[in-house]
Design a protein around this ligand. Structure first.
Ligand SMILES: [Zn+2]
Length: 427
């Protein structure tokens, strides 16, 4: 064996004091006691599965002044995330075999955590998606425009979904309807204007189109970052192959309490009302939401510090998501089972990767956590290149160690593996 880690292990929905036995990056046994070496005893600290973030924008290539695969993946590791899936709206966008291969090369040279990539579906490459399938972990469709994104016309949605369905890979959808957004377009001076210009009606329209155009299909379709009460009502009853995600920023902010630094909270879909926020919490607490996703989308402070209308949309979150949610369980009435299902198990299942659970045969991806160690989030301790966080001051419980495939990647605020340690998963 390569390593034994002893502590309070979360296994089969409960904690048991025991030993995780790791060989060649995999969990090979879970035993009550074992004395062999090398042996790491973490006492009564918790051993939890590492998180999987199926929605990040690491900006590499093309916008590496905001983030790159090295800084983004360090942020992930310090936040207890062992595997990330990167969105295609980089420069160039990953719409072809060539651009996917180039990004995979960049990620394998720079990443500290394991990774996967999505291919973008556009009106131009629809019809040729099967060719991209061997080079990506799934597909991303933007039904409405967002930061440097490609928009797919709803008339091509059925064709696109039929094609991605045949690949058996997941299709993620940004569900804001393009024509609806255009209809509401206008000058924006603050977050309330942004909300009006990206009305809940646009989310609702996009979700109806997804339900209509995915009839009879069986491969996974994931609705990213649900944000509105109206949207929730449309998607609440859905076929079992359609999953729904929420982000921490839609769960923790509402538009009427954000009075300062408003451009920093400009994001798509927008931060909405407390009513929408409470609906999303209702969904989480009642197991009607499947996934937590950060939608980590950093911009520099300089880029955000401009007038509202010209500020780019997006905010960082890959490092704060798991620590924030660990700390918030009691206050926000959800339990650890729900947290681990939404942040670890379901993403692993949707992306077909052997992670997300502490179980014999899976990758030894786990974190060590002291639940008594709550600390406020501060930007200066985080690792994203953008240098700021919308969650400044929020209580969080950061992991003291992160293990990926049995290797200790993070220990006591230090990164212990080399750049490029992370490897591609699932393709
Ligand atoms: Zn996104």
């Amino acid at each position: 064996m390569d390593l034994i880690v002893e502590g309070k292990i979360y296994h089969n929905g409960a904690f048991e004091q025991g030993c995780l036995v790791i060989e060649q990056g995999k969990i090979v046994a879970i035993k009550k006691t074992l004395t062999a070496e090398p042996h790491l005893d973490v006492g009564n600290h918790l051993i939890l599965p590492a998180g999987i973030d199926l929605h990040v924008h690491f900006r590499d290539p093309g916008f590496t002044h905001k983030e790159d695969f090295s800084t983004g993946s360090q942020a992930a590791a310090f936040g207890g995330i062992s595997c990330v899936f990167d969105m295609p709206n980089t420069q160039p966008q990953t719409t072809s075999k060539q651009t996917l291969k180039e990004k995979a090369q960049i990620a394998s040279e720079k990443s500290y955590v394991d990774f996967g990539l999505y291919a973008a579906v556009s009106d131009e490459n629809v019809g040729r998606l099967a060719d991209l399938s061997p080079f990506c972990n799934g597909f991303k469709i933007f039904l409405g425009g967002s930061t440097n994104s490609l928009e797919l016309s709803t008339k091509n949605l059925r064709l696109a979904l039929l094609e991605t369905n045949r690949t058996k890979k997941i299709t993620l959808i940004h569900a804001e309807d393009g024509p609806c957004l255009k209809l509401h377009e206008g000058q924006e001076n603050n977050l309330v204007d942004h909300l009006r210009c990206r009305s809940a009606e646009c989310e609702e329209t996009a979700l109806r189109a997804i339900l209509n155009n995915s009839r009879g299909l069986s491969s996974p379709i994931h609705v990213c970052h649900l944000s509105s009460c109206e949207g929730f009502e449309v998607i609440r009853k859905r076929p079992s192959n359609i999953s729904v995600g929420v982000t921490p920023h839609h769960l923790y902010f509402d538009v009427h309490t954000l009075n300062t630094k408003q451009t920093f909270y400009k994001v798509n879909p927008p931060i909405r009302s407390s009513f929408d926020r409470d609906t999303l919490w209702y969904g989480v607490q009642n197991k009607l939401i499947d996934i937590f996703e950060s939608d980590h989308a950093p911009h520099t402070e300089e880029e955000k510090n401009v007038n509202f209308d010209s500020a780019p949309s997006g905010l960082p979150g890959v490092e704060t998501q798991y620590p924030l949610l660990l700390s918030a369980m009691k206050k926000d009435h959800f339990n650890l089972d729900t947290l681990l299902a939404l942040l670890c198990e379901r993403p692993a299942q949707l992306l077909s990767i052997p992670k997300g659970k502490i179980e014999v045969g899976r990758d030894a991806d786990f974190i060590i956590v002291d639940m008594k160690k709550t600390e406020p989030i501060t930007a200066e301790k985080l690792h994203s290149k953008c240098g700021w966080t919308p969650f400044e001051g929020f209580p969080a419980i950061f992991p003291s160690m992160t293990f990926i495939r049995g290797e200790k990647v993070i220990d006591d605020h230090q990164i212990l593996v080399k750049k490029g340690f992370g490897s591609s998963v699932g393709v």
